[in-house]
Structures are given as structure tokens and as C-alpha cells.
Design a binder for this molecule. Structure first.
Ligand code: UDP
Length: 238
């Protein structure tokens, strides 16, 4: 399927229409942003790595019965996906305290969260993605109770699959953000799963192998993503 026109240009991906209104093409660019788009840099190979990584993870999730937007890989930097009506609410599960949870609650980074926490954020850069609760989402019409329940169920189902997948690769899945949309009346996992939207630490050394390397200016960002891919057994083009 071919790209027809540019529908939306996000911070790291461009969404293109196709000749079929039910399908879109996601193009992963090398742009890397942090702090709600205040800092943007190009990192060579990142588009290819994240496109391939996302496809690999979405296939694993689909194999475990989680409905995803992924149809197929089209090229190194493009994937064909279902055209979802996106729900503007981000779902975050945390297995270990880090990031905004540490800043907001003053807890120590690295403590285990048992059971894992579940949080909702409004997708809105201008407002810095504020934390919301279910009643906000329903009152403002961003999602229904039923959709939110399904989003929560699927977000935890993803945790079960990915925690063990990363564990086998010697990695801790610290936290991650998912976005969902509606396709034919059903809640489906959309957007992407890549080291841009999750935290992954080496199990032994707790070295950060995710976008915190970019946020914190640690360097070796794409190299870390490629290391994660390699440990998962995902072969990337040279
Ligand atoms: N996250 C994301 N997009 C966002 C906000 C968060 O992908 O707009 C991811 C982030 O990479 C991390 C998880 O969601 O894996 C939890 O992020 P947190 O709330 O700790 O915010 P941050 O510290 O990234 O500002």
C-alpha cells in the first residue's frame, strides 16, 4: 500500500493516509524529542530501530491475544496500521518507581511497586500531559467507563507479556506508556511500543537503556536501543 497524503506530523512519527480509509502508514523519523517537544534532535538510525522494534513487540503482543493496530512492516521506517479513532488518554503502568512518580511523590527511584501502579494522563503537550482520573476522562468525553476498563485490562495484560519477555533478555521493564484507539467499535492498542515510551534497565547493573539516556544527556541513545533489540533476538539491518 502507498502513502497518499500526510495526515499528521507528530514529534517522532508522521502519519500518512493510504487509498484505503481503514489503513494508515506510520513513518518513524529520526527526530527525538523530550520535555513535551521543547528539545528535539535527530539521532541517526532511530526511525529504523523504533519501527522494527515496535513491529517486533506488537507481533509478540498479538500472539498473546492483545488486539493491536499493526498490520505489517512496509519498509525500514514504515509500517501499515489500522486507522484507529485515537483516545487522547495515555495509560502508564509502573513496576519500579522512576520519572514523574518520583518527582511527584518524592519516593526513591528504583523501589519495586507491588502491585504495579496504573495512571492516566491527558495527551496534551501544551498542558504538559496532566495526570487525570477516570471521572475526568468520562466527564469530558475523552473515553467511556467501558473503554477505560478495557484500556486498563489490556495495559496490565501487556505488562504480563512484556515483563517476562524483557526479563528473559536480562532487562527490567520499569514503566511504559500505551495509547489506545477504537476500530470497528473495539478498543485496540495503537501508537508504538519502543524504548522512546518505556523505561528499561539492565537487570544486573540497572544501567538505563531507554529514552532517559536522551532526557538526561547520557549519550549512546540509539546504541542502547540497539542493545535492547539484540538481547531480544531482533536482528536489525547494518
Ligand atoms: N511517557 C511517554 N510519553 C509521555 C509521557 C511519558 O512515552 O508523554 C512514558 C515514559 O517514557 C515512561 C512512562 O511513560 O516510560 C512514564 O513516564 P513518567 O510519567 O515517569 O514521565 P517522564 O518522567 O517521562 O516525564
Amino acid at each position: 500500500m502507498e502513502k497518499v497524503s500526510e495526515l499528521y506530523r507528530g514529534k517522532a512519527k508522521t502519519v500518512h493516509t493510504t487509498s484505503d480509509p481503514n489503513y494508515l502508514i506510520l513513518e518513524f523519523r529520526d527526530d527525538t524529542s523530550a520535555f513535551d517537544g521543547e528539545r528535539i534532535e535527530q539521532l541517526a538510525r532511530k526511525g529504523m530501530v523504533n519501527n522494527r522494534f515496535n513491529h517486533f513487540i506488537m507481533e509478540k503482543l498479538a500472539a498473546e491475544g492483545i488486539p493491536t493496530q499493526m498490520e505489517r512492516l512496509l519498509s525500514d521506517t514504515e509500517s501499515l496500521v489500522k486507522n484507529l479513532a485515537m483516545i487522547p488518554v495515555e495509560c502508564v503502568v509502573r513496576n519500579i518507581a522512576a520519572g514523574s512518580l518520583v518527582r511527584r511523590l518524592g519516593v526513591e527511584e528504583g523501589i519495586s511497586l507491588t502491585p504495579p501502579t496504573f495512571e492516566l494522563f491527558l495527551k496534551n503537550d501544551a498542558l504538559h500531559d496532566p495526570m487525570i482520573n477516570e471521572s475526568h476522562a468520562v466527564a469530558f468525553g475523552w473515553a467511556t467507563h467501558e473503554q477505560l476498563a478495557e484500556m486498563k485490562r489490556l495495559t496490565f495484560a501487556v505488562n504480563d507479556v512484556l515483563k517476562s519477555l524483557f526479563d528473559q533478555a536480562g532487562l527490567l521493564l520499569v514503566d511504559y506508556k500505551l495509547e489506545f484507539g477504537v476500530f470497528n467499535g473495539k478498543v485496540v492498542l495503537g501508537d508504538e511500543f519502543s524504548p522512546d515510551g518505556c523505561r528499561l534497565w539492565d537487570k544486573e547493573t540497572r544501567e538505563k537503556l531507554d529514552k532517559d539516556r536522551f532526557r538526561q544527556g547520557l549519550g549512546g541513545v540509539v546504541e542502547a536501543y540497539e542493545e535492547v533489540a539484540k538481547r531480544l533476538g531482533l536482528e536489525l539491518p547494518a
